[in-house]
Write a protein that binds this ligand. Structure first.
Ligand code: ADP
Ligand code: ZN
Ligand code: ZN
Length: 698
């Protein structure tokens, strides 16, 4: 008796091979089992997807290759996991094998059945925790109690709309504790947007539930660490998995609860390969597996906000339950927001006098301040005043950024790096100068301004910077954050890296010195992002009410802007997310934009802009006859904002529909047509294309 096994293997994104490959096997293999199979000249890891007796498939015994082995020491991947993978592949227009294999720890690909069995033997026995907490547990606030009561009583999904510092993390901890008290073998998945937020959260969960119960899953781990965490989750030994977006695919056979912290964060959307939204998949997975889902944020995405709207009039309301926690723990007030009108400042002012005074007062009291600027490097452009030369990247339609520390010009898009020229390459003028300002220059500027100032003990003011450049080395971010927590920094300069999540205790002043760019962006989500980022930044100030009282200080958020009348700032002054959201949503409803419509982008990369756009135009014409096309708007092809990167021309086409189903139907029919259109005349190079469903950046 022979068996015919359909196996998901890693195939190129738009492979003609289809979703699964068939093999034969003398023994039955359970669906979800990991197998090794021959593919071309190699032997690769695959997931058994469907198993049939060969009798149902006449002739297969002769044609099919046999599977090479079964990793039967490992329990098969569950139905829920396979459904999640299949859904993600279908919804985001990728191959099953690509999603399935990317969801497995890389090391699994190289282990033989024997090696794997040995690894499993070395696994610690199942960790065991009661609801018995290891650390001293705080008494809940009234708002936390109410949120948890509703969480227990209602089905969800829940949107936990809690101010920064309202104690959302404590709600997550308690909901996990309640679950484990009721079902000791259950599992919970807790997701955070960025790796740099995992250590703090991990420490809190381990303190509460014991180190053995908690494992992490993120891309900053070594392959052996990832394998160990994955095995602990898959085998059921780990009660709690903490991770970044990739963790949404963790195999967790007893999953009962999913938390998505800072659910609005764009990092939940994968920006290359399979462009999935881990937040949206979490909601889908929760429904499929009967796990409760909590999305938490002080500034929810407008999608989630809209989905959690209360019923009103004819409108039946959204399907999410909104749990509100407006107050900060310990009656700490949210920081007072101060707008500085930069039109009234002398031209070229970087830091207004009033802001500098306010920071100076903080320094005098031994408190910390944060200065936020979302642009790294020294200056975004280097320019010649004589001939107009600018530090353009020869490979991209963008400027190279001047990094003073190693005197380089670096392209932030393709990575092309050169030493700064001694003189203007075009006219020989030796006075080429930086234009504009990044965090590196801001740090230098602050250093000069505060050089004459002394701290209370007579020592010099300490200024530090945290951004992608300062934290490149392994462990650098941890040590820099530790220095801030230990009070070894007076003024912290940084990009959005410092705005999110961190529970700083001694920062009493936060400032955004140049946020205006996002007010007039072509991306309709830019104001939503800016508002979220400013609220998050504000949330770093005055988190410790007892500290403020002891210092007789108060928390402040300073914003320098040329548009102080903008409604976004009016809402921010009142910490009024709801008012901001209402304004944005009514504009979006009027314009028929998400969340009132659903979008996808078709992007094409080619050697020339004409070729890229021609592909998109042909694709648009081919879509005309497809099912769903009558309900989907196809916009004209346009170049991307940064049109050329690494000598590749990029264009995109937006498609949009009021019906998610119609959009999905069109995309499904389109895929094979796009594959056919990709072929270019001889010598013209290839077109690379991708589909981005629910794109986050237009
Ligand atoms: P959020 O995630 O909403 O920004 P956190 O969960 O980090 O807020 O809580 C802010 C601070 O308040 C943390 O230091 C936390 O330990 C503390 N905290 C949370 N809940 C309580 C409570 N019920 N009583 C006392 N302190 C609390
Ligand atoms: Zn010049
Ligand atoms: Zn470049």
């Amino acid at each position: 008796m022979n068996w015919c096994i359909d196996v998901a293997v890693q195939t190129p994104a738009h492979s003609a091979l289809g979703d699964v490959l068939s093999y034969k096997s003398p023994v039955a293999v359970a669906p979800g089992a990991l197998v090794r199979v021959p593919l071309g000249r190699r032997e690769v890891l695959g997931v058994a997807w469907a198993v049939r007796s060969a009798g149902e498939d006449p002739g297969s015994e002769i044609e099919l290759k046999p599977i090479a082995g079964v990793l039967d020491a490992l329990p098969p991947l569950g139905d829920g996991w396979r459904d999640l993978v299949a859904f993600a592949a279908r919804y985001y227009q990728r191959s099953l094998g690509e999603i399935a294999l990317a969801a497995l720890p890389p090391q699994l690909r190289d282990l033989s059945a024997v090696q794997l069995a040995r690894r499993l033997k070395r696994q610690a026995p199942a960790a065991c925790v009661g609801g018995e907490p290891a650390a001293a547990v705080v008494a809940l606030t009234a708002e936390q109690t109410e949120a948890l009561a509703r969480f227990e009583a209602e089905p969800g999904p829940f949107l936990l709309f809690g101010s920064t510092g309202s104690g959302k993390t404590e709600v997550y901890l308690r909901s996990v504790a309640t679950l484990l008290a009721r079902e000791p073998a259950a599992q919970a998945l807790v997701m955070v947007p960025e790796i740099n937020l995992t250590p703090q959260l991990e420490a809190r969960f381990k303190a509460r539930f014991g180190a053995d119960a908690v494992v992490s899953l993120h891309s900053g781990m070594t392959n052996p660490q990832r394998l160990a965490s994955w095995l602990a989750a898959h085998g059921g030994a780990a009660r709690i998995v903490l991770g970044t977006r990739m963790a949404v695919f963790a195999s967790m056979p007893a999953l009962r609860l999913i938390v998505v912290d800072e659910e609005h964060d764009p990092s939940y959307k994968q920006q290359e390969g399979a462009r999935y939204s881990a937040r949206d998949l979490a909601v889908w997975r929760g429904r499929r597996e009967g796990a409760k889902v909590i999305l938490g944020s002080a500034t929810p995405s407008l999608e989630s906000w809209h989905r959690s709207r209360p019923a009103e009039g004819e409108d039946a309301g959204g399907s999410y339950r909104r749990l509100a926690m407006p107050s900060r723990v310990g009656a700490g007030a949210l920081p007072a927001v101060r707008l500085v009108d930069m039109n009234l400042q002398p031209p070229k002012t970087v830091l207004s006098g009033a802001l500098l005074d306010a920071i100076g007062q903080r320094i005098a009291r031994g408190e910390q301040s944060m200065v936020f600027l979302n642009r790294r490097g020294y200056a975004p452009v280097l320019a010649c005043g004589d001939c107009g030369w600018k530090s353009e990247c020869p490979h991209c339609s963008a400027f190279r950024v001047f990094h003073k520390i190693d005197r380089t010009l670096r392209c932030h898009h393709c990575g092309f790096t050169e030493r700064v020229p001694r003189a203007c390459p075009a006219c020989g003028n030796p006075d080429i100068a930086p234009v504009g300002r990044g965090t590196e220059r801001l740090e230098e500027h602050l250093g000069e301004l505060f050089a004459p100032v002394r701290r209370p003990d007579g020592s010099a003011v300490r200024i530090a910077r945290i951004d992608a450049d300062s934290t490149r080395k392994q462990g650098a971010l941890e040590s820099q954050l530790a220095a801030v927590h230990a009070g070894e920094v007076d003024v912290l300069v940084g990009t959005q890296m410092i705005a999110k999540g961190h529970d700083f205790r001694r920062i009493t002043l936060v400032s955004a010195i140049n946020p205006d760019g996002a007010l007039f962006s072509s991306d309709f989500r830019a104001p939503e992002r800016l508002f979220g980022l400013l609220m998050q930044s504000a949330g770093r100030a005055g988190r410790d009410a007892a500290y403020l009282t002891a210092q007789q200080s108060s928390a402040e958020m300073w914003i320098q802007t040329h548009h102080p009348q903008h409604p976004l700032f009016a809402a921010l002054l009142r910490h009024d997310y709801a008012a901001f959201a209402q304004g944005e949503l009514s504009e979006r409803a009027a314009a028929g934009m998400p969340p009132f419509a659903f979008q996808a982008l078709l992007r094409a990369d080619a050697r020339t802009q004409e070729a890229a756009q021609a592909f998109l135009n042909a694709a648009s014409a081919a879509a005309e006859a497809l099912p769903g096309a009558d309900r989907v708007t196809r916009y004209p092809a346009v170049p991307l904002t940064i049109q050329r990167v690494a000598n590749v021309e990029r264009a995109q086409m937006l498609i949009e529909s009021g019906s998610r189903a119609a959009l999905q139907k069109l995309l499904a029919g389109w895929q094979p047509l796009l594959h056919g259109l990709r072929r270019q005349p001889e010598g013209k190079g290839v077109i690379r294309w991708l589909v981005d469903v629910d794109p986050q950046a237009i």
